[in-house]
Design a protein around this ligand. Structure first.
Ligand code: SF4
Ligand code: SF4
Length: 337
């Protein structure tokens, strides 16, 4: 049974970019060091920045990201500190290279999920997007992680360059022992917006609404039938569905090494963050910022999709309230079976 996951006020999700450095240069990478910083955060800073979110929510989840977070020499210590602070779940998003022998430094009690990124069911397709050798290394990384008893998930970012292989993923993931499957829509930001994808995906790398509905939900169903929990973005709303902005009704924080803290991922390419770390204190950022825009109501749904990233998702025909753009954080979830 497909279910739209309601935004939760009872839990906070902390997406913590602890560095922006990466060993890969994926064509669709959204990391923007000019806006996000070039720093690798010191362990003491990571600890200080983890504290306020654990203190304010009884059920905070942290996702360590980069760049490639396993390039951070103190990732294991950061994970253990997050556990000590009482974070309800700890996830590490990785490209699979698993640097600094991270699997030997943490246990399945420390990490709830290692989440791998793969953008093709074959090396040919994945490596055109993520770099030569990245498919084989990611598969090796998944196998090593599963063999050590960790739970794993996989993120597949759908674009015109890899949509044709999406239906091969459920069998591959089942065979690898991956437990959760996250299907993402390509955002036209970062390198994608700068044309990074165009040579492999054409001028418009995003699927149309019709293509999305034709391809993605059936693959999600097939993956659930194979025992995976599947999450994919809602993307479009029908006229009888209620629009909500996660910036107003949920508790998500996107932290970058330069101290900016956003509530909306679509805003991350601009200095409109609503919070920032001033040394180790979390403070409100100057107005105007993203919070001032969340309240604006437009017929197309998500205001930032029109205002800040107007080239992103196209609402398509029937923009007058028939097809609207859902919050990019609104997800559908399918349970196994
Ligand atoms: S692995 Fe992630 S952070 Fe690194 S280049 Fe690719 S998308 Fe960007
Ligand atoms: S994506 Fe749109 S709806 Fe979602 S938090 Fe951002 S502004 Fe709000």
């Amino acid at each position: 049974m497909k279910e739209t996951v309601a935004f939760s006020k009872n839990s906070a999700n902390v997406f913590f970019h602890i560095l922006t450095k990466c060993n890969l240069a994926c064509r669709h990478c959204y990391i923007n060091p000019e806006q996000h910083g070039h720093q690798t955060l010191a362990l003491e800073t990571i600890k200080a920045w983890l504290k306020p979110f654990a203190a304010q929510s009884r059920k905070a989840n942290v996702i360590f990201l980069g760049g490639e977070p396993t390039l951070h020499p103190d990732l294991a210590a950061a994970i253990k500190y997050a556990r000590q602070l009482g974070y309800a779940s700890i996830t590490v998003d990785t490209n699979g290279y698993l640097f600094h022998d991270i699997l030997a430094k943490v246990t399945p009690d420390d990490v709830d999920f290692f989440s791998f990124s793969l953008d093709g069911a074959t090396a040919r397709t994945n490596d055109r997007l993520r770099g030569k050798g990245s498919f084989d290394q990611c598969i090796r990384g998944i196998k090593a992680t599963v063999a050590k008893g960790f739970a794993t998930s996989l993120i597949y970012t759908v674009s015109r360059a890899n949509a044709s292989e999406l239906d091969r993923m459920p069998a591959l993931l089942q065979q690898l022992g991956v437990e959760r499957f996250f299907i993402q829509v390509i955002g036209l930001r970062g390198r994608s917006a700068g044309g990074g994808l165009s040579t492999v995906a054409g001028d418009n790398p995003q699927l149309t609404r019709a293509e999305w509905l034709e391809r993605v939900p059936p693959v999600a169903r097939a993956a659930a039938d194979r025992g995976l929990t599947v999450t994919y973005p809602k993307v479009f709303l029908e006229s009888d569905e209620i629009f909500e902005c996660a910036g107003l009704v949920a508790d998500n924080y996107f932290i970058f090494p330069n101290g900016r803290v956003y509530r909306c991922p679509l805003c991350e390419d601009f200095p409109v963050h609503s919070l920032r770390f001033e040394t180790d204190r979390l403070v409100a950022a100057d107005r105007l910022n993203e919070r001032d825009f969340f309240k604006l109501s437009i017929p197309e749904g998500c205001v930032m999709n029109r205002l800040i990233q107007p080239d992103n998702i196209d609402a398509g025909p029937g923009v007058q309230g028939v097809t609207r753009i859902a919050c990019c954080l609104l997800k559908e979830e399918l349970q196994p079976g």
